[in-house]
Design a protein. Structure first.
Length: 145
């Protein structure tokens, strides 16, 4: 076997470096683009953050997380209205979609520990949720008889 000519090795190395550099720049650009998008670094906002963001125009859709305020739940057919809080700010939330069974089970067991994540729009007064997910508590306590 004859060794490759010496002039082929620098060309091959240059192609490898240029190709590797292009891939690296593409990855950096992709990460910068992904992190620069709105809502890319947090899965959801707190009620305090949503109220502050509502001052900005646009009517964007948000995901909000908070604990349900006990005794604030009111139902009228499929429409359910309740308040959630992050400990600083309370926000009224309403939805016309059925709530998950976990929500009602948690409310029946310990209404002070029900936590939800809701997706929807905030009009400055009421958060209109198109989807409500209840976080499953670590354990349910039996009701005292």
């Amino acid at each position: 076997m004859q060794p490759a000519p010496a002039s082929a090795d620098p060309k091959r190395r240059a192609k490898f470096l240029i190709g590797g550099g292009a891939i690296l720049l593409s990855l950096i650009a992709l990460v910068a683009w992904a992190l620069g998008r709105p809502n890319s670094t947090s899965f959801f906002y707190t009620p305090t953050e949503v109220v502050a963001l509502a001052a900005a125009p646009g009517g964007d859709e948000y995901r909000v997380n908070g604990k349900v305020i006990p005794d604030s739940v009111a139902r009228d057919g499929l429409t359910t209205t309740f308040q959630i809080s992050d400990g600083k700010t309370a926000m009224e939330l309403t939805t016309d979609r059925p709530l998950p069974d976990v929500f009602w089970t948690a409310m029946a067991n310990d209404s002070s520990e029900v936590e939800v994540v809701a997706r929807g729009r905030y009009d400055g007064e009421i958060f209109l949720a198109s989807e409500v997910l209840a976080k499953c508590p670590s354990k349910f306590k039996a009701k005292a008889a």
